[in-house]
Ligand binder design. Structure first.
Ligand code: SF4
Length: 218
C-alpha cells in the first residue's frame, strides 16, 4: 500500500525542532492552499512525485530509530490537506515515534481532529503576518504578497487567513502538545514593528523568528 509521504531522501536535523534529532517526511509539495512569497519547498522539489510504499517506509523508520532519531516531522505542501494523512501518521506511531506536523494553520478543524485522536505530538505553526482584526491598505497589499504572491487578490483572503490561524492557536493552547513551536519568517515585506507585534501576541507559546533566505533561481 502507498503511504502519503514522498519517496525522497529523508533529511535528518537538529535544527528544525531545536535540540531534537529529527527526520523529515513530506506530503505532496505542490498541495497547498497558500502560495507564499518565495516558498522554498516548491522551489526545491521539481519533477514527478512518487510515494513510499508502506513496507519501504517502515524499513526507513526502523533505520532512523537505530540512528537515534527522536522525532518525525511531517512537512509539505500543507500536510493537513492530505486526505490520507491519518493513515500515514498511524504508521509512524506504530514504529514508535512521536510526530510533529508542520502547518500553515488555515485548517484548524483538521489540526483539532489530529490532536483529539492522539495522532500528533506537536505542530509547527507558521504565523506569517500579525493576526489583527483590521489592516491598513498598505498592510493588505504587502500581506497578500506574503501569503498569496498576489497583491490584487480580494482582501477578505487576508482576514480569513488571520481568523483561521487564530483558531488554530486556540486549539494548540488547548492541547499543549510537547513538540509544538510557532515560527515567523522575517519576510522583507514585513516591518520590524509588525514582527514585534507577532512576537507580543505569541509570547505565551514557544516561538522563533527565522531569517529569510531568498530562493535560488536556476
Ligand atoms: S504555506 Fe508553506 S508550503 Fe504552502 S506556499 Fe506557504 S511556505 Fe509554501
Amino acid at each position: 500500500m502507498e503511504t502519503p509521504f514522498l519517496k525522497v531522501e529523508i533529511p535528518t536535523t537538529f535544527n528544525d525542532h531545536p535540540g531534537v534529532f529529527s527526520a523529515l517526511l513530506y506530503t505532496k509539495i505542490h498541495q497547498c492552499n497558500l502560495n507564499c512569497y518565495q516558498c522554498h519547498n516548491r522551489h526545491a522539489f521539481r519533477g514527478k512525485e512518487e510515494f513510499f510504499k508502506e513496507e519501504e517506509l517502515r524499513e526507513k523508520l526502523q533505520m532512523l530509530k537505530l540512528l537515534g532519531v527522536e522525532l518525525i516531522i511531517v512537512s509539505g505542501g500543507e500536510p493537513t490537506l492530505e486526505e490520507r494523512l491519518e493513515e500515514g501518521l498511524k504508521l509512524i506511531k506504530e514504529e514508535g515515534f512521536p510526530v510533529r506536523v508542520d502547518t500553515n494553520g488555515t485548517l484548524p478543524e483538521r489540526v483539532e481532529k489530529l490532536a483529539e485522536n492522539g495522532l500528533i505530538d506537536g505542530v509547527a505553526l507558521d504565523v506569517k503576518i500579525p493576526l489583527l482584526d483590521e489592516y491598513t491598505p498598505d498592510q493588505l497589499e504587502r500581506f497578500r504578497r506574503i501569503l498569496f504572491s498576489n497583491k490584487s487578490l480580494d482582501p477578505s483572503a487576508v482576514y480569513n487567513y488571520s481568523k483561521r490561524v487564530k483558531i488554530t492557536i486556540e486549539v494548540i493552547k488547548r492541547y499543549s502538545l510537547p513538540y509544538t513551536i510557532l515560527r515567523t519568517v522575517k519576510y522583507p515585506l514585513l516591518k520590524e514593528e509588525e514582527i514585534a507585534l507577532i512576537r507580543e501576541c505569541l509570547k505565551s507559546l514557544p516561538h522563533q523568528v527565522n531569517p529569510f533566505y531568498p530562493v535560488e533561481e536556476e
